[in-house]
Every structure is written in C-alpha cells, then in structure tokens.
Ligand binder design. Structure first.
Ligand SMILES: Cc1ncc(COP(=O)(O)O)c(C=O)c1O
Length: 397
C-alpha cells in the first residue's frame, strides 16, 4: 500500500484494527473469511501454530473462539470446539472416532437425529451399532462389556426424560478402552457436568439452553484436549463451522444461562408436580419427581433437573389436538430451551425424523407432549395449562 492510500482504500482499512481493541466492551462479530499477514514468515508462524492467530474462518474465528472458551470454562474442559449445529457436533464426533468394523453402544432414547445417525448412516460405514434399553443399566453394561470403541450417552433424554448413570457407564466404557460421549443439552452445564462424572467428551446443541433465545443454531463439543483436537481436525476439513453471528448471539445468550436455568429448574418442578395431580394427565416424566424411576441417579449427578418435562394425556392424541391450540403462553414449535415456553409432540419435533414404528420401538407414546418451560411466571404457566386442560371432555362424560 502507498504511504497515502486513496479514500477508497482508507474506507476499507481505516479504524478497523482499532475498533476490535479500543474499549469495546462486547466481543465483536468478526465477519472475515480469512486473516491477512504482512509477510510470509509471520503468516507461517500462525499457520504452524507457533504464534496465536487465525488463518481462515472455517478453521478458527475470534468470535467463535470466544464462544468455545465460554463453554469450555463452564464444563471445566481442557478444550472445546464448535459446530454449525448440535447434530454437526454429534455426527462429526462419531465420524472422527469410529472406523469400519468398530462397535458403538448407546440407547434407544437418544434425540431423533442422533438415532438416525446410528440407524441410517453409521451402518453404511460398517460400524456396528448396539442400542439398549435406556433405563436398563445392566443391559447397557453387558453390551459395553462385549467391547466397543464408543459409548454414547444422553441424559436426561429427549423427550422421555430418562436418566442414565454417567459415572457407572463411563467406568464400564473405560474398562473396554472406549471413548465415552455424553449429550448434556437437556441438563446444561449449570445442572450437570458429565466430564466430572467420568465422560471423555460432552456435546451440546447450543441452539437450546446455551443460546436460550431460539435465534441461533450451534453445537459444541468439549473434553480431553487430544480428543477435541481430533474432532476439530475433522470439522476444519469437512467444514461444519459455526457462523460468527450465531456465535455472537450464543455468547450473548450464555451471559444469562445461570439465571434462566435456575428459574426453569424451579418452574419445571412446580409444573410437573401440578400436572401429576390433574385427572386428565396420565403420566408425567420429569427427573425431579421422586416418583421418577431414576430419581436417585438424577439426585446424585445433577444439581437441578432442567427445564423440560413431558406428559401424557389420558385422552391420547385426540386430547393433544384439543389442548395444544388453547395454550396462550407457549409456542407450538420444534424447539426447546428458550426464554419462551415451547410445546410440541415428538412426532412433529424431536423425533420427526423417525417412523411411527421407530418411535414405538423407542417407547415414545404418540400422545406424549414435551413442555419446555420458559422464564415466564410459573403461576401464569400453570393457569394457562389449567384452562387448556379444561377444554377436555370430563372423564365422567
Ligand atoms: C438432546 C439433543 N441433542 C442434539 C440435538 C440436535 O441439535 P441441533 O438441532 O442444534 O442440531 C437436539 C435437538 O433438539 C437435542 O434435543
């Protein structure tokens, strides 16, 4: 560049560097595909990892790195790397760690997209997939003992809120030399830290509670550095990078994660207890209820039970059709973990990818309602549910 660049050149360059460093109190959204260097040697220093910096935003980006660092710190992990979505995080981890001939042990209740990777994609690469009954830890342990490369856990599960004993199954996995992955999306790092319980990698759909405002997609994986680096390498080559604007929104959302989750824990427990008393409600699934089959495990490994519950209406799917449209304070949408309450049925949300037969095999009743509690006043939410249930014909005719 000349000593006195033209106005056109100044318009592009002037003030740019300063605006990144001069007193900005928020992480800037760095929308730059690549990063420039004045000479080949300083460029090579960064490319070779000798000097910190960025080369190309598919690999690393300052805004994205700030998001990864926040999650890493919250999960007490050695390292973290992020993805365009939660499913990208999950599939990249699985395709990094598994090779033809390997065996993976998981359960029938994982999130529908994850189940599809297990049933549709991994077998095409000759990975043997063993999906056990989620609540039957003896069965899961026995499957692990037959040898496996990866143990994949999700706790609590979407949408039936089953709880897996992460410490016990991590021990079993490690005896076989397996890598243990845990999906912590429903619990959030506020309520549960799978790495501290023995897992090797934690995965999140950041789209959900981490972001918390239903306005950005993202995924993240964190854990032991040598494993995260392998998954990072797969992602930098195959390309499912997180967008910097999404990273910015996730960072902004995460600043209130602890406040939101604390409120959602409390409200979800209150709503689950209330629902349990309603004659129209056949069953309520929430790990915080003392009647939940894995409540003792949940008590041991969680500090709060999360903001999602599910329940069944005695009137089946017809009752769901009547109740859902009446809710005033709930989006009917395929999402969860936001500041607004969101309601859905698995056949249109978490398990829309699955056939009715697959949902049946996973033990997901067609009339199940998933209720993700927002940060509204809990009394208003209960009143809303109450008036919606009033739409149902009385059980006595
Ligand atoms: C438990 C769980 N894991 C992973 C995912 C996938 O996340 P994403 O939609 O960000 O790809 C979801 C999505 O609902 C989920 O509920």
């Amino acid at each position: 560049m000349t000593d006195s660049p033209s106005r056109a050149t100044r318009a592009v360059w002037a003030g740019e560097q300063e605006s990144l460093t001069q007193g900005a109190t928020q992480v800037p959204v760095v929308y730059s595909a690549a990063y420039g260097y004045p000479d080949v040697d300083s460029w090579l220093d960064v490319a070779g990892g000798r000097v910190p910096g960025h080369i190309y935003s598919r690999n690393t980006n300052p805004t994205v790195q700030a998001f990864e660092e926040k999650v890493r710190a919250l999960e007490d992990a050695e390292a973290a790397t992020s993805f365009a979505t939660g499913m990208a995080a999950i599939s990249n981890a699985l395709f990094t760690l598994l090779s033809p001939g390997d065996r993976i042990v998981s359960v029938k209740d994982t999130y529908g997209g994850t189940t599809k990777v297990f049933t549709e994609f991994l077998p095409r690469f000759h990975v043997r997939v063993e999906l056990c009954d989620t609540a039957d830890h003896d069965q899961v342990e026995a499957a692990i003992r037959q040898g496996c490369r990866v143990v994949y856990l999700e706790s609590p599960t979407n949408p039936t809120l089953k709880v897996m004993d992460i410490a016990r199954l991590s021990r079993a996995g490690h005896e076989q030399g397996a890598v243990v992955i845990a999906d912590n999306t429903f619990a959030t790092p506020i309520n549960q830290n799978p790495l501290a319980l023995g897992a090797d990698l934690v995965v999140h759909s950041a789209t959900k509670f981490l972001g918390g405002h239903a306005d950005a997609l993202g995924g993240v994986i964190c854990g032991a550095r040598h494993l995260v680096e392998r998954v990072y390498h797969y992602r930098e080559i195959t390309g499912a990078a997180l967008d910097p604007m999404a990273a910015y929104l996730l960072i902004r959302g995460m600043k209130t994660l602890h406040l939101r989750v604390r409120q959602q824990n409390e409200s979800a427990l209150g709503i689950a207890r209330w629902l349990r008393e309603q004659p129209a409600v056949g069953a309520v699934f929430y790990p915080g209820l003392d009647t939940h089959p894995q409540h003792e495990v949940a008590r041991r490994q969680m500090r709060g039970y999360g903001g999602v519950l599910s329940f069944m209406l005695r009137g089946g799917f017809e009752a769901v059709r009547l109740v859902l449209p009446r809710l005033r304070f709930a989006h009917r949408a395929a999402n969860l973990g936001a500041v607004e309450t969101i309601v859905g049925v698995p056949s249109t949300t978490s398990h829309v990818e699955c056939t009715a037969e697959e949902r049946e095999a996973m033990g997901i009743p067609e009339g199940l309602i998933r209720y993700s509690v927002g940060v509204e006043d809990v009394d208003d939410l209960i009143a809303d549910l109450s008036q919606a249930l009033d739409a149902l014909p009385s059980p006595n005719g």
